[in-house]
Each structure stands twice: as structure tokens, then as C-alpha cells.
Write a protein that binds this ligand. Sequence first.
Ligand SMILES: O=C(O)C1=C[C@@H](OP(=O)(O)O)[C@@H](O)[C@H](O)C1
Ligand SMILES: C=C(OP(=O)(O)O)C(=O)O
Length: 429
Amino acid sequence: MTTIELQPATKGLHGTLQVPGDKSISHRAVIFSALAEGTSHVYNFLTGEDCLRTVEAFRKLGVRIDQEADKLTIYGQGIKHLVEPAAPIYFGNSGTTARLMSGILAALPLFTVAYGDESLAKRPMDRVVVPLEKMGAHIYGREEAARLPLAFKGNKLTGVTIEMNVKSAQVKSALLLAGMLAEGETKVYEKGVTRNHTEMLMPQYGITIHKNRNVITIPGNQQPVASNLHIPGDISSAAFFLVAGLLTENSELTIKNVGLNPTRDGIITVLQKMGAKLAVTNRTYVGHEPVGDVTVESGPLKAMTIEGDIIANLIDEIPILALAATQAEGTTVIKDAKELRVKETDRIAAVANNLTAMGANIEPTEDGLVIHGPTRLTGAVVHSYGDHRIGMMSAVASLITDSDVTIKDKNCINISYPNFFEHLTHIMK
Ligand SMILES: O=C(O)C1=C[C@@H](OP(=O)(O)O)[C@@H](O)[C@H](O)C1
Ligand SMILES: C=C(OP(=O)(O)O)C(=O)O
């Protein structure tokens, strides 16, 4: 297991960073380009392990994908030319690959078997399997196909009306992808607003889709067409450095080209409400996605309650927000975030364990965390639990501890941010 020992930042954090491409959009860019007819180019693709799993999945389905650093060339031949893979497909640690690919594999006339790593094999798949079965899918696995490994005896699905019972962009996307390939129309009723990258990308790849408040309608039998795509920086990756800059004394940091899609920017809203010195400048668009540069300066924060609809818009940022809350004046309450229990690890337990080990006053609840601040953090030996976001949160915490922090199993950070430690070293100079 790979371990890293990190020293506190004594000189503050300074400079400018450009975080890697957005993970959610990178997965979707590969999916639409690989299903398309024609050659697509994808720029600023996230070369993290999760997105490479989606690339590998389509290579197994017969699509040629060339990678040159963060540029992909995807030679789509159209849905009809996908081939049955000879061997099982490995989804690694990637929940997004597992859920979105399920919607596709269920709807194609191919037999496929898919599996994941130890963490992914524990995560719920029934949330996509059950609605896909309503569309006529044949999916097999242990425990009524509630978890990976799964076998897909793909066939022509039928469009249906589905009311989602979980707030999940992955489930929504799986159903829209299945609907795009099915016979007839599919209607998805969303339970709340979740990231909308799938709906935003579909028209760019020539796919018809309609949205009316929380109802998304997609006609079936659609063949995507090739498109070129530039991917904005990932706000979920930027979040670690934004909080690092706010918490580390004498810091001023700018993160450029950060994706600011309103279904993803909950972290900005919350940090501003906590009193953060944070400014967004140079607002523009990359493709259809809004982006901007975000500058932070160290300063005091105040506690707040984070609950309700905003949770889905900052779900992956809760570990780093919890760290911010340990330094905020007052009691921060995070609720309605039970989904954290079924991420790469149980993130409620993992955040509470690591921050408690560093001396924070934090209690896990069934659906969130209660954090009393501010507290001085101390050095400790902690584990990433194989979860990239827990690893990065612990690394940011080390900047403000009074002695070294050791993180066990640091390599999982490659899942979403392969050059994280390089960037950390760069701003500590
Ligand atoms: O659709 C996506 O790209 C994602 C959706 C979210 O998961 P859920 O759909 O399970 O909420 C998020 O946590 C994950 O990192 C990426
Ligand atoms: C939950 C995450 O990803 P996934 O569900 O794709 O594994 C994440 O990146 O924080």
C-alpha cells in the first residue's frame, strides 16, 4: 500500500492552478462519441482512472479510441457496429461507468458481463436495474442483480414513464441513455435537481430531448452524430484547493477554468455563505457549460446548516466542506446526505474517523455530520479507505495541522485527480 507523509504549510499557499477536466463530462463525452457515427475529438479529457474505465469499456465493445495526453480521438461507427465483448468488462472503482453503461448494455443486442473492484461491488445497482427491467431489460446477478457483477442479455427496450425514487444523476443518465436506444418514448420524472450534463450534451450530439421542469422526455431509436468537445475544469477537484486556500493562513490562490454549471456550484454558494473571501471572475462558456476563474484568500469562516435541495449540487464536496467546517465559528450541520453512505466508501464514517483522529469535534449522524468549530487540528495517521475524495480531504487537512499527517493508500487519488500532489507542491513553494 502506498503511504505519504505530509508536512503543514508554513508559508501559505500562492499561485494559479488549472484543475483537470470534469469527471462527469469526461465520462459522457466518451459515451456519446463512442456511440456516434463519425470521428469526435475530446479536449481536456480527465485521464483519471475512472474515466479510463469508460474508455476501456468502449474499446471492448469494438470502438477505436486514441489517446494523446488529455486529447481523445474517438472513431465512432454507430450503435449498430458495436461488437459483443469476448471477455467481461471491468468498471474498476467507477460508479458513473457502472450506472451509465448499464443503461446502454441493457439496450443493445449483445451479451455482456461487467464487474468492479471491491468497493464498486458493494455499491447499489438495483437503483438502475429495477427501472431498466420496467423497460424490458434482462439483467442477471446475485441478490436480484442488486450489485455487480452483472450479466446483461441486451435486447430492444420499450420506452416507459419512470418516477425516480432517488436523487441521482447516474440513474437519470442511465435511463435517458436506455430511452435513447429504446422503441418509443421515455419520460423520466426527477425527484430533485441533479447534475444535468447528460441532457446538455445530448443535443450537441444530435439527440432530441425535451425538458419541462422536472420531466425529461426522450424519443427512442436515436443514433448520435459525432461532435468535438472541450471539457471545463472539474469544480469537484477545484473544491480541494479552494478550501485549502481559505484555511491556510497567508494564502491567495486562483483556480482557472472551473466548471460553474448551476447544478454543480453548490460549494461556491455555501463557501460564500460561510463568509469565505471568494470571487469568481472571467465568466464565460466552454462549449455550453459555464466556467470562470475562482480566487480565494485565507480568512475566518462561520458555521451554517447545509441541507435539502443543495445537497445534490455539492454531494462530492461534502468531505472537503466538513474539513472547512472544523475551522468555522459555531456548529455546522450537514443533513439529507445519506447517499454519502454508498459512495466509494461510507464517506460519513470516513470523514468523521479521519477528522476525529486529527482532533476535530465532529459527530456522524445517519444522514450527515455535526461539526463544532473552530478546533486546532493535530497530526495523525489516517487512511484514505481507497476513496479519492477522502484521500484529498486528508491531504488538505495536513496543511493546517500542527505536525505531520500520514495518509495510507494515497494512490486512489489517481481516480479523479492524477496530478493532485504535483499541484499541491506547486502552490506550497
Ligand atoms: O452522474 C455523475 O457523473 C455523478 C453523479 C453523482 O452520483 P449519484 O448519481 O449517485 O448521485 C456523483 O456523486 C458522482 O461523482 C458523479
Ligand atoms: C462518487 C463519485 O464517483 P462515482 O460514483 O463515479 O464512483 C465521486 O467521484 O466522488
